[in-house]
Design a protein around this ligand. Structure first.
Ligand code: ZN
Length: 64
């Protein structure tokens, strides 16, 4: 994949271009999830995102 095929984003420096990591899926990975603070965040599109883990994250957020 060449850089010219990617959209030019000018967001914060820590943000980087990430697509859904599902094989053969070319959707934008706008849904990130990290199993732990030591693991790198993984990204999926809405369709492929592991929603069960996401709901657990939401519950943790509410208990803060
Ligand atoms: Zn996907």
């Amino acid at each position: 994949m060449s850089d010219t095929d990617r959209p030019a984003l000018t967001t914060a420096p820590h943000m980087y271009l990430h697509y859904c990591e599902e094989t053969d899926c070319n959707e934008w990975g706008s849904w990130g999830n990290s199993p732990s603070s030591a693991a790198p965040t993984r990204w999926w599109c809405f369709e492929h995102f592991p929603h069960k883990s996401y709901e657990q994250e939401q519950r943790r957020d509410r208990s803060r």
